[in-house]
Design a protein around this ligand. Structure first.
Ligand code: TA6
Length: 296
């Protein structure tokens, strides 16, 4: 399988497919950055711009197993965000991150970055949970900037409603010293306080479990990290909701795969179509949830 994948999609010195603990992994390297992508879930699990410390956080205790979500990286939540609205037996955050995907294309771009396109294949179970003629692709561009473009197409003859998020875990030096800019004045649903609706005043700082869905949020966010001495700019299109999450110590301990004090070194800023920002796709329509990450 690796031989066939490398024969068809490998790029000398830039893209290599290899067997990993939960299936196929792709190692990407170019002048701008290196990255690692798990084919299961088309999930970026590592991204290191040239000359920078790793930007994407991966738990030291991440479990790599077929059909299981990986704690860290940039998980694709689709075709719903959070618990399914009616079927509690369905997987939280949808099935996209735990089912097989296939490689559609790899390309070395003129600017030195590398583009990889993956398409969700799914399973019998996922097709039962989601009996709609939709297609999901993940277009990942690795360079000094990381771009991820989740493309949903509706090939059916009825409208479908999509909830989704790029549930990205960012590496930070110490969450207690981080501030998140770009959400000032935005309303948010505070999951830690019964989903009560509040308004953000100034930048977001962290002193305990934080789990919020910011609404009407379309601008860039910036993670300011004084410990690592850097800022991470998060830009997006096709999303008006932003999820901000850190489990803090107690919840992290209960989760079992966050690693010793892992919660101190991560922050999820998730560009989403969640809550009242879910998207309805008419027959033949296409929706892009696009993000870019860059260290400043
Ligand atoms: O995006 C925040 C959140 O919905 C949290 O409530 C927490 O459940 C987190 O996602 C992790 O979910 P997971 O299913 O990956 O354990």
């Amino acid at each position: 399988m690796m031989e066939e994948l490398n024969g068809r999609f490998g790029i000398e010195g830039q893209v290599v497919f290899r067997a990993g603990p939960s299936g196929v992994f792709v190692d990407v390297e170019n002048d701008g950055a290196r990255a690692m992508i798990a084919l299961q879930g088309a999930q970026v699990v590592d991204w290191v711009p040239r000359g920078e410390a790793p930007v994407i956080w991966l738990s030291r205790d991440a479990k790599f197993a077929e059909g299981k979500s990986i704690r860290g990286g940039a998980p694709v939540c689709w075709p719903w965000f959070g618990p399914h609205r009616s079927e509690l037996s369905f997987p939280a955050h949808g099935f996209a991150r735990t089912v097989p995907w296939e490689v559609i294309e790899t390309r070395a771009l003129a600017d030195g970055s590398t583009r990889l396109i993956f398409r969700l294949k799914g399973t019998e179970a996922s097709r039962t949970q989601w009996p709609h003629a939709t297609q999901l692709e993940n277009h990942i561009t690795v360079g000094k900037t990381l771009e991820v473009d989740l493309v949903t197409r509706n090939f059916g003859n009825e409208s479908v409603t999509i909830g989704q998020a790029l549930h990205t875990y960012f590496s930070v030096g110490d969450i207690r010293k981080v501030s998140l800019h770009g959400l000032d004045g935005r309303p948010y649903l505070d999951k830690v306080d019964g989903f009560s609706r509040k308004i953000q005043g100034g930048e977001v700082t962290f002193a305990g479990e934080t789990d919020r869905i910011y609404l009407d949020s379309t601008g860039d966010c910036i993670i300011a990290d004084p410990v690592l001495g850097r800022s991470i700019r998060i830009a997006k299109r096709g999303s008006a909701s932003t999820v901000v999450w850190n489990p803090w110590d107690e919840k992290a301990d209960k989760m079992g795969d966050m690693g010793e004090n892992g919660w101190l070194e991560m922050l999820c800023v998730e560009n989403a179509n969640a809550a009242d920002d879910v998207r309805s796709l008419a027959p033949g329509a296409e929706h892009h949830l696009w993000v870019s990450y860059r260290v400043e």
